[in-house]
Design a protein around this ligand. Structure first.
Ligand code: C2E
Ligand code: MG
Ligand code: MG
Length: 567
């Protein structure tokens, strides 16, 4: 039988080393499988490379040589459009030189004293194989926009550093830009591209000559694999400063997640955690740097647990809906006007889990609609039950998650829900968080318009925590503004904060929609809001979210007040 290898013309290898013994050893290792030519120094190597440029499959290149060293050969070959397709493996005893050579474009390295023969043979044949698809690889090497490595190449490279340079202690850093969608939407794509380019430049600038690499993984996500940083905040500030130079008007906030080096942990896993850390900075407007730590590992385990337990929670009715009243404070005494349905999870082992710790989790993983549908069903049923019991319809608003927008059956679902319970559309109000508007502006606006057309009322939740501009607002279809809690928190002690509240009330006046102030906790806050003309409030001062049985007391009190008033 003829081996397939023998059918092919042997591939040509150039071995470059100033030491005869090294040339002999490599020659012996390779001679059964390859044709071999030799050079004794850099100058001779370049001549041979040029002479055999159409036939050479690979060059094995010593780095330390008299006359012209291997780095020089490497950089000249890599600078030549035609020659650079020829892969080069460097031969060296000096580990730091290896990395420099890799950065200069060497395909791989072989350490001296020489590795085991099989290892060398395997590397040579693998690199030749890879280089046969070389054109493909090099086109895909860089991201055209940022100039950083492409994702695949980046990870391939990171793995190599990890494998061959455990002494380097590399950190994994994941970065992205807060609300990048909105930046694009507000300033145009071209501006968005400029931001990405500037960040790419800033990262490259930071890496400088140090052993580190970076990639734009996708859209506005950047990964950096660099030597351990003691002060990541300083790095973030530095990159942020450079990005800030783009525009004085646009708010561009970088976010950073760091997974510090840990012995033996592979890059893919390091970056997984860096991304987790980066995502933790999401939605938190003060923390822009998160370093992965034990607490987050615990958090991840908890997340996994919650994701696994959701199904059971629905089936076993561990999920419960609480109701928090909204009062109209332009009446005296304030008048119960509606309620917000808020999910609670009574976990058999973990106790009460707050929505803050599972809503974002389910939003990211796509299961949020399970929760939301459950709450909507419960709320609609509850409105009908109270109506039947007390003869009044108390409207309840439910939260609509940013992900629900993509549910094509959303309108049918809501329509069926109110019909089934014999409710007016106006009885079930929908709260949509402000950031959901800016993230998918077009899609969101048309959905909201259709829902309003059907008779549903829309409240913009968390208003002021995101990035809507006044001119976006005026084109957004909404019925109520829910002012974010942060506005109210300090009005008693800060003149400036109170001015901001007045400003929001003015904006709402201009849009001709009422305002709900959230998070009203003290009598003074209530009075100040009332005097400023705010119509509706929600907060602990009036009531915490209550289970339905307890909420009924508020309905009864309201009915009695009205009866007294009428009498
Ligand atoms: P949100 O929609 O802005 O709801 C208001 C939150 O403020 C509630 O937190 C409520 O308990 C809290 N709150 C009310 N008054 C006060 C006050 O005076 N002081 C303070 N410090 N807090 C007050 P909760 O119930 O923990 O919910 C947090 C968030 O989770 C909600 O913010 C909402 O975004 C989300 N959420 C809750 N239920 C659901 C749901 O069924 N579906 C979806 N998608 N999200 C939900
Ligand atoms: Mg809400
Ligand atoms: Mg809110």
């Amino acid at each position: 039988m003829i081996k397939s290898k023998q059918l092919r013309k042997p591939q040509l290898v150039l071995v470059v080393d100033d030491q005869e013994i090294n040339r002999d050893v490599l020659g012996m290792i390779l001679e059964d499988d390859y044709d071999i030519i030799y050079a004794e120094n850099g100058r001779e190597a370049l001549e041979k490379i040029d002479q055999y440029k159409d036939k050479l499959s690979i060059v094995l290149l010593d780095l330390m040589m008299p006359e012209m060293d291997g780095f020089e050969v490497l950089s000249r070959v890599r600078a030549d459009e035609y020659l650079k397709r020829i892969p080069m493996i460097v031969l060296t005893a000096d580990r730091s030189a290896e990395l420099r050579a890799l950065q200069m474009g060497a395909a791989d390295f072989i350490t001296k004293p020489f590795d085991m023969h099989e290892v060398i043979l395997a590397r040579v044949s693998r690199i030749i194989e890879l280089s046969e698809g070389r054109q493909l690889i090099s086109a895909a090497e860089h991201d055209a926009l940022s100039g950083l490595y492409s994702k695949n190449f980046f990870f391939e490279y990171a793995n190599r550093i990890h494998q061959f340079h455990p002494e380097l202690k590399m950190d994994a850093i994941a970065m992205d830009i807060e609300q990048f969608h909105s930046i694009n939407a507000l300033n145009g794509r071209e501006f968005g591209d400029r931001v990405l380019r500037r960040l790419g430049d800033a990262i490259r600038d930071f890496l400088g000559g140090s052993p580190g690499i970076a990639s734009r993984i996708e859209a506005d996500r950047f990964d950096i694999f660099c030597k351990h940083q003691d002060d990541c905040q300083a790095l973030l500030d530095r990159l942020q400063d450079q990005v800030n130079t783009i525009s004085r008007n646009a708010v561009i906030r970088l976010r950073m997640g760091v997974m510090p080096w840990r012995e033996g942990v592979e890059p893919v896993l390091l970056f997984d955690r860096a991304h987790t850390a980066c995502n933790m900075a999401r939605g938190d407007y003060k923390t822009h740097l998160v370093v992965y730590d034990e607490e987050m590992r615990t958090r991840e385990t908890l997340n996994q647990r919650l994701l696994n337990d959701l199904r059971r929670a629905v089936e076993e009715r561990e999920l419960m809906v609480f109701y928090q009243p909204k009062y109209n404070i332009q009446y005296d005494p304030p008048k119960l006007s509606s309620a917000e349905a808020l999910i609670r999870w009574k976990h058999p082992e973990l106790g009460m889990v707050s929505p803050g710790s599972f809503i974002p989790l389910f939003e990211n993983n796509g299961q949020i609609s399970v929760v939301d549908n459950y709450v909507w069903d419960e709320a609609a049923r509850q409105i009908a039950a109270w109506r039947d019991k007390y003869g009044v319809t108390l409207p309840v608003s439910v939260n609509v998650s940013r992900v629900d927008v993509f549910d094509p059956t959303l309108e049918d679902k809501l329509r069926a829900l109110v019909d089934r319970n014999g409710l007016d559309r106006g009885a079930l109000k929908l709260e949509v968080t402000e950031s959901a508007y800016t993230e998918n502006a077009g899609q969101m606006i048309s959905l909201i318009e259709r829902l309003r057309g059907m008779g549903f009322e829309i409240e913009m939740d968390d208003f002021g925590s995101g990035y809507s501009s006044l001119n976006m607002l005026s084109s957004m279809p909404i019925d109520v503004l829910k002012m974010d809690m942060a506005f109210v928190r300090n009005i008693e002690h800060s003149e400036k904060d109170f001015r901001l509240v007045e400003l929001v009330l003015d904006i709402a006046g201009y849009l001709k929609v009422p305002v709900v102030a959230e998070g009203v906790e003290t009598e003074r806050q209530y009075q100040m809001l009332r005097d400023a003309g705010c119509e509706l409030v929600q907060g602990y001062y009036f009531s915490r979210p209550l289970p339905p049985e307890e909420f009924e007391a508020l309905i009864i009190r309201e009915i009695e007040t009205e009866r007294k008033h009428d009498a």
